[in-house]
Ligand binder design. Structure first.
Ligand code: SF4
Length: 395
């Protein structure tokens, strides 16, 4: 399989959108944020490509303006104010960058560097290809190199984000595949946040790169499993707000069908059932909360007055005390081992293992899936949120 970091990221985010974009090659309109990111990236690329006759700041901004004017008519901005604000935001990112990081101070080895890194799965005998494009690769000195990825996000995450970042680890592997003589050199991995003129730098040891390979192999395995079953569930998350996928997504298609009147939806019965369901669920949730409050009140009263049972017109309640013994399990172990009961106590169950799985090293997760997974069980349930979203709210 040939796969890029962005495809892997898309799969993690939502298998359904992965299938549409990566497998079915559906062309989705660019979001305004992605458009701004591309325009700024291209202007920075222009700045460094002109080495050694670097352009002036005005020339860089003009380049950016040209891209903006040519392509912005295709982008869905909320209004003229939003369009103008985002445009100005791009100019200030470029201006800050130009002044703080003069391009002539860097030795740049590559811009928009394409790579292909082979990835062998020893278990299946398959060789996959990791591909991608790296924003910039610099040489700092004879022993140190730096891989840089520009980010135009509004928020700068914590250092931990860079330390665990899969994209940077893949780029490291890509650089080594493209320039094998850099193996053994110090390779810095940097996320450069253009909104803040700040960066997060990290590195990966060869052991960590090996773990990354295992993680990618298990992601590829998961993709292949979905392919075999032709099963691509939509996984909604706050990232759904990155709009263009919404229209093709089964999570939102009902609202679009209503808005655009494309289907003759006769769902009066379904609507009635839904209204009743939400009313009952809400009442149950409210009752549960109120029951807890009443319990606290009644128990307090009974404790104070030393009544173990309280009688009323509708019935009576009894104060029920249940003592739970909490043991030091390590100290309990020898006594239980002596009668061969320790193992029984530790018996694992499916629920426990499922909860535990994400915290295990990716190699162990893969091993469990390869060697112990019997089957996948699908259960259906309804998750309810009391939030009114109407077809008119869709963009
Ligand atoms: S809108 Fe959300 S759930 Fe639907 S395809 Fe996009 S990411 Fe997946």
């Amino acid at each position: 399989m040939r796969i890029s970091y962005s495809a892997l990221e898309l799969f993690e985010r939502c298998p359904y959108v992965f299938k549409c974009v990566v497998l079915d090659k559906l062309k989705l309109p660019k979001t305004k944020e992605a458009f701004l990111g591309t325009a700024v990236h291209e202007a920075l690329n222009f700045l460094f490509t002109k080495n050694p006759l670097f352009p002036t700041l005005d020339e860089v901004v003009n380049f950016y303006n040209k891209t903006w004017d040519e392509r912005s008519p295709k982008i869905a901005f909320k209004d003229a104010y939003e369009k103008e604000t985002l445009h100005a935001n791009g100019i200030s990112m470029l201006t800050r960058f130009y002044k703080k990081y003069p391009a002539w101070n860097f030795t740049t080895l590559g811009l928009e560097t394409r790579f292909e890194a082979p990835l062998q799965d020893l278990k299946t005998g398959e060789t996959h290809t990791l591909s991608g494009i790296i924003d910039r690769v610099d040489k700092i000195d004879d022993d140190t190199y730096e891989i840089i990825d520009y980010k135009t996000a509004r928020r700068m995450p914590a250092q931990e984000h860079a330390d665990k970042n899969l994209q940077l680890a893949i780029y490291h592997m890509g650089v080594l595949a493209r320039w094998p003589h850099l193996a053994g050199k110090k390779i810095k991995l940097t996320l450069h946040y253009l909104q803040h003129s700040e960066y997060l730098t990290t590195a990966r040891s060869s052991d960590e790169l090996e773990l990354t390979k295992q993680k990618i192999l298990s992601m590829i395995q998961a993709i292949q499993d979905h392919q075999k079953r032709d099963d691509w569930p939509a996984k909604s998350s706050p990232l759904c707000a990155l709009n263009p996928y919404n229209k093709i997504c089964p999570m939102w298609s009902y609202l679009y069908a209503k808005k655009e009147n494309t289907l003759s939806l006769d769902d009066t019965t379904a609507q009635k059932t839904l209204t009743e369901y939400i009313a009952l669920k809400t009442a149950t949730q409210e009752n549960t909360a109120r029951i807890k409050e009443l319990q606290v009140e009644l128990l307090g009263y009974m404790r104070d007055k030393k009544f173990e049972r309280l009688f009323g017109e509708e019935g009576y309640v009894t104060r029920n005390l249940r003592e739970q013994e909490i043991y030091d399990l390590e100290k309990a172990r020898p006594a239980l081992e002596a009668i061969q009961k320790w193992e029984e106590l530790l018996i694992a169950d499916h629920k426990k293992l499922e909860k535990f799985l994400p915290s295990l090293p990716s190699q162990t997760q893969k091993r469990l899936r390869d060697e112990a997974l019997l089957r996948k069980r699908t259960t259906e349930s309804l998750l309810m949120r009391r939030k009114k979203i109407k077809p008119e709210d869709l963009e």
